[in-house]
Design a protein around this ligand. Structure first.
Ligand SMILES: *Cc1c(COP(=O)(O)O)cnc(C)c1O
Length: 406
């Protein structure tokens, strides 16, 4: 029997473990409402934290860009794909995060898998937080450097590993805001450790850019490590498909380091450039994010976060408290509701769906065993009534918990 015949049984094994993942076909219905496989649902699952993804400002920017640039970029940025729009965006991104220079990529995943191997290789040492995003982990593997994992946000453990390393080149990689937990790492303390051990720090701020820091300038600005205080040993990476509402990513930092990445990152050189229409959409989103409208949206987002946390706080509802479900500590739009058991998390997610709410259950292996959760994400586009509907549905579910039957 050929090994090609194995895939059927292997898929069946995924089914047996309830690990097969299915996509749903969605059509936006305005705000955070989506038509999902024919059913209208209020979504608490998007990373569109500022509600920019469907904004008329961005639509207009795209229409104008299409008229001017057409659709595709046609080639790698190293050949003829580096449009005037992409060049202007790089300047504006560097200014937004108050760092000397930025390089604009078509997506976040290939940014990390391209830049990590450009920075370290065989014989070098890489230090990685246990809860880092998959693309940082994959970039680390591609690099062939020796990977040392430290416990999540365990800077004491990291200090020990850095101190014990004999490698000349040491790179520390971390998410700034962790995508499944919503918590943040202390970047100032991490930077101080890197100073002490002559390490370079790469920060992935996919969930912080646009949301955290003054004017949404991101987690590095929040930590006071930008502008005149910018560090020669920090590279900042962020994506543009979350709070900025478009697609793409960038890396920013010291002039020489960013130029090195431009020269060496294979995912940059050997891929077609992001279309100018996307760069123009990001430029419009960036302008909005940094201005008073961005401030207004961040205030709305904070209000939604506060409302959810108050509604589900211990003591607010006895039946809810009795389930043992609890929001994890988080000040960001990612508000995970800890459930524990995978089957229960799935059942709760399904129950909410029947009430018109879409809150995905996140289970192992995406998160550690025994820590299944509902990953609630909030947006400036959620109205108070939307948040209230979610709180009420969770309290109702708590009254009927555990569900009867198998
Ligand atoms: C989403 C995400 C990425 C990937 O970015 P894409 O633009 O979606 O490819 C990278 N890092 C983190 C932490 C993310 O959450």
């Amino acid at each position: 029997m050929s090994w090609l015949d194995d895939f059927g049984p292997r898929l069946a094994a995924l089914d047996a473990q309830a690990l097969r993942r299915r996509r749903r076909v969605v059509r936006p219905e305005g705000g955070m409402r989506l038509n999902v496989d024919g059913e209208s649902l209020l979504g608490f699952c998007s990373n569109d934290y500022l509600g920019l993804a469907g904004d008329p400002l961005l639509r207009q920017a795209v229409h104008a860009a299409v008229d001017r640039y057409g659709v595709g970029a046609g080639a790698s940025p190293m050949v003829s794909g580096h449009s005037a729009a992409n060049a202007a965006l790089e300047q504006e991104l560097a200014a937004a995060v108050q760092l000397p220079r930025a390089l604009y990529f078509y997506a976040g995943y290939p940014t990390n898998t391209g830049i990590v191997p450009a920075l370290v290789g065989e014989g070098d040492a890489l230090f990685s937080d246990a809860l880092n995003h998959a693309c940082l982990i994959d970039g680390a593997r591609l690099s062939k450097a020796r990977i040392q994992r430290y416990g999540h946000a365990r800077l004491d453990q990291l200090a020990g590993l850095l101190g014990a390393s004999a490698a000349r080149r040491k790179l520390v990689i971390t998410d700034a805001v962790f995508s499944m937990d919503g918590d943040r790492v202390d970047l100032a303390a991490l930077h101080a450790l890197c100073e002490q051990h002559d390490a370079l720090l790469l920060v992935d701020d996919a969930h912080g850019f646009g949301v955290c820091g003054p004017q949404g300038r991101g987690s590095l600005a929040a930590a006071g490590l930008t502008g005149p205080a910018a560090s020669p040993r920090v590279l900042y990476m962020a994506t543009l498909g979350k709070a900025l509402g478009v697609a793409g990513a960038f890396v920013a930092g010291p002039e020489g380091l960013v130029e090195w990445l431009l020269q060496q990152a294979r995912s940059y050189t050997y891929a077609t450039a992001a279309p100018a229409l996307l760069a123009e959409a990001v430029r419009a989103a960036l302008q909005c994010t940094l201005g008073p409208e961005g401030e207004r949206r961040r205030a709305q987002l904070q209000a939604a976060i506060g409302r959810l946390r108050a509604g589900l706080a211990p003591g607010a509802d006895a039946a809810f408290d009795a389930t043992g479900w609890a929001l994890r500590p988080s000040e960001t739009p990612i508000q995970p509701l800890g459930i524990g058991d995978s089957g229960q998390a799935l059942a709760l997610s399904e129950r909410l769906r029947r009430q018109g709410l879409w809150v995905p259950a996140i289970r192992p292996p995406t998160v550690p065993a025994g820590t299944a959760r509902l990953r609630i994400t909030l947006s400036a586009a959620h109205r108070s009534a939307d948040v209230d509907a979610l709180v009420a549905a969770l309290r109702r579910a708590a009254r009927a918990w555990p569900p009867v039957g198998p």
